[in-house]
Every structure is written in C-alpha cells, then in structure tokens.
Design a binder for this molecule. Structure first.
Ligand code: SAM
Length: 262
C-alpha cells in the first residue's frame, strides 16, 4: 500500500469542495444519520461531510497516524474488511481510495454490505490532470513525469467514474457527477507554495516517485534526465516567485459515483 503523509494530503486537497458541492448532492448528506468516510486519511473529506450532515460521520483508515489529525468518531480498519455490521450505516463513501487499491471492486462490495441506503466513491482520473504555468516547460514536464509514474503503478490510477464496479456490486440507480479540483498558485504566495517550489529545486519531490517509474518503462538514465529538468523548472518557478510573476493552475478531474443499495 502506498503511504501518504499528512503534509501531502493537506497540500493536494487544498480548496477541494470549497468552490462547489453540487456534485455531492446525490449523497443526500442532509438525510444521513450515520456515514463512513473510508480511507479518510487526515479527514479532508470527513470535514466536508460533517459540514453537510448533522449525523455522525466516522473516519476510517488503515493508517492510525493519519487519523490522529481527525477529531470526533474515528476507526482504524481495512476498507476490504470493515468492522461494521451489515446495513449499519446510511452511507459508505471514499475519496481517492480506490485508485490506490489492487481490487477496488472488493471495496465497493464491502461498502454495499455495510450501507443500508447509498454508496459513493469520489475518484480522480489521474491521467487527465492538466497544468498551466508561467514557467513554459512545466506543464509538459509534469505530464511526462505523470505518464512515467502511471506506467509503473499497479492499480487503476485513472479510474474516475466507477459505474461498472457499482453494477457488479448490485447497486442500482447509479449516477455520476464530475468535479474539477482546481488549485491555483498566484501572488501573494502561501508558505506551502513557496516550500513546494523550493523542494522542487532539490529534486526531492520527484525522487519519491523514482522507484515506481523504474517499475514501468523508465530507465535510470531517463529518470535522471527527468529529475534534472524538474529541478530546472523548480529554479525557474522560485525565480518568478521572487518577482511575483509565477502563476500555476492545476486541474484534477474527480468523478462522484453514487448508487442505491436497495
Ligand atoms: C489518497 S489518500 C486519500 C485520503 C482522503 N480520503 C483524502 O481524500 O484526502 C488514501 C487513503 O487511503 C488509506 N488506505 C489505503 N489502503 C487502505 C485500506 N485497505 N483500508 C483503509 N484505508 C486505506 C491510506 O492510508 C490513505 O489515508
């Protein structure tokens, strides 16, 4: 299982669901008395669910350390074997969990078992992420690095909409909505944005993906060239930030798939 840090989750989910929650409407959160957010991590989605529901929202994750960042109801557990009885919650939901698991269908079936009303999964299509940047080479380089990384990943990182898995789990009235998570870096720069750009100049941010890239079709030489180009883009970004000229817009397409248990 890929490990996630609280810092990474805080950065990648920044601003998510702050602009619009229309895609969450089919979850009927206002009618939920008890919901599970499975693979909750640091509770980025849990907090949104709790704002929209007056019922209990339990954050479940296999990583007990990440759950220390979540207040309220939490449970350490495996999404494939939830320690909740059949039909014991109204809704079971996850965000960016299935793209990291080898058998996402098993998790959807487990959600359908514990939920009495609805099941929902919010998953990105990581192959369709776009980046526009004032550093000319950044968008194309990020795309190349992403392609290299995805070639070495053993899970379906571009899952997006999950109608098929829902059908196989016997869920009905399946509805899919899309939500683009947009992250913009522009002046005045946040501490987080400045740190991320500086980190890029060291090559550390891409180094954590090296092993996965080499599992795919990337050679060590190609990885080294990619890392050098990455550091160069980082230096250009830091320079533009010093002049208040750097702007970057990243869009990650997410899909919300919701189905009825009955
Ligand atoms: C990409 S993070 C998403 C976290 C959170 N849902 C969010 O959107 O910020 C994936 C999370 O799934 C958790 N996870 C991975 N495999 C799991 C499993 N089998 N059971 C429960 N949690 C799991 C990880 O610990 C991590 O917190």
């Amino acid at each position: 299982m890929r490990e996630f840090t609280a810092e990474y989750l805080g950065a990648t989910r920044e601003g998510m669901w702050a602009d619009s929650r229309e895609a969450l409407q089919p979850l009927c959160l206002e009618r939920c008395e008890r919901a599970l957010d499975v693979g909750a991590g640091t509770g980025e989605l849990t907090r949104v669910l709790r704002e929209e529901s007056s019922g209990e929202v339990v954050a479940v994750d296999a990583d007990a350390d990440l759950l220390t960042h979540v207040s309220g109801s939490i449970a350490v557990g495996d999404a494939c074997r939830l320690s909740f009885a059949d039909n014991s919650v109204d809704l079971a939901v996850c965000q960016a969990l299935l793209v990291n698991l080898p058998d996402p269908g098993r998790v959807v079936r487990e959600f359908a078992r514990v939920a009495s009303e609805r099941t929902a999964v919010i998953e990105p299509d990581n192959s369709a992420v776009t980046i526009d940047s004032t550093v000319e080479a950044e968008g194309a380089l990020a795309r190349r690095a992403r392609e290299r990384y995805l070639a070495g990943v053993s899970t379906d990182a571009s899952l997006g909409a999950a109608q098929e898995l829902f059908g196989e789990a016997g869920l009905s009235s399946v509805e899919v909505r899309d939500y683009d998570h947009e992250r913009v870096i522009a002046p005045p720069y946040s501490e987080r944005a400045l740190t991320a750009a500086k980190r890029k100049t060291t090559g550390k941010s891409i180094a954590s993906d090296r092993e996965t890239m080499l599992v795919g079709d990337t050679t060590p030489e190609e990885y080294d060239a990619l890392r050098q180009a990455w550091r160069k883009v980082g230096r250009a970004a830091v320079k533009q930030m010093q002049d208040n000229e750097y702007r970057r817009r990243e869009v990650v397409p997410f899909y919300v798939t919701v189905g009825s248990v009955m």
